[in-house]
Design a protein around this ligand. Sequence first.
Ligand code: ZN
Length: 258
Amino acid sequence: MSTPAFRKPSRSNGGIRSGHIIQTVFSVAFLLATLFTGFSPKMFSGNFGTIISELLTPQPEGNGTVPTTQKQVRIGVVSGHWGNGDDPGAVCPDGTNEKDVNLAIASLVRQKLEAQGYTIDLLQEFDPRLDGYQAALLLSIHSDTCDVIDAQATGFKIAASSYSRDPNLTDRLSACLYDRYGSITGLPYRAGSITVNMTDYHAFRAIDPATPAAIIETGFLYLDHSLLVDHPDVVADGLVAGVLCFVRSESTQPIPTP
Ligand SMILES: [Zn+2]
């Protein structure tokens, strides 16, 4: 927890140009990875070939239309600690608990993605459906401790599954979440305090290795309390934008390594 953390680099024209190059690299990597490893048809409920070709076609951002096949893309959202007996996750002195905060955010994420036409599975922490789970992606939503640590105990963290069959896809998922969530919430990124509970997250081992997966700690319940508790819609907007960036193959900044 004491390791110096990262701040997002400021944008510049150079950054925008390199973003396009990175998008091209990501797109080619995504195409190759898809060709060689293959999505499972079970991830989708429609015509597999048509869906893949639409997923691989860059979509203009914000054109307001939802391609028919996009509606058949399945996305899993784990609401951290939900349904796990008495486990509330992190607890604050005022009674605020992480499980409720996560569920408020995850429910908004589901609403917003369903409004865009996606098929969402809202999953409990140890949901039986996680076993062999197949989807376009899985995102697990958690929030960080309410303990008073220091002035650095603010911001978000992301870890992608190391069990994934395709590291290019999981890297792109992390990059999309990092870029969009950081931009929309304004929170700093805390790469230095990512724990083994995140990198070796139990759901990463349970799901189908073809499903790209990531876990996010959306913020700290003490210093980021106002954002997480009073503005879950902003938190959800950041997560939704990250998910859409991934499924729409939008351009993004790479996640920085410490
Ligand atoms: Zn948690």
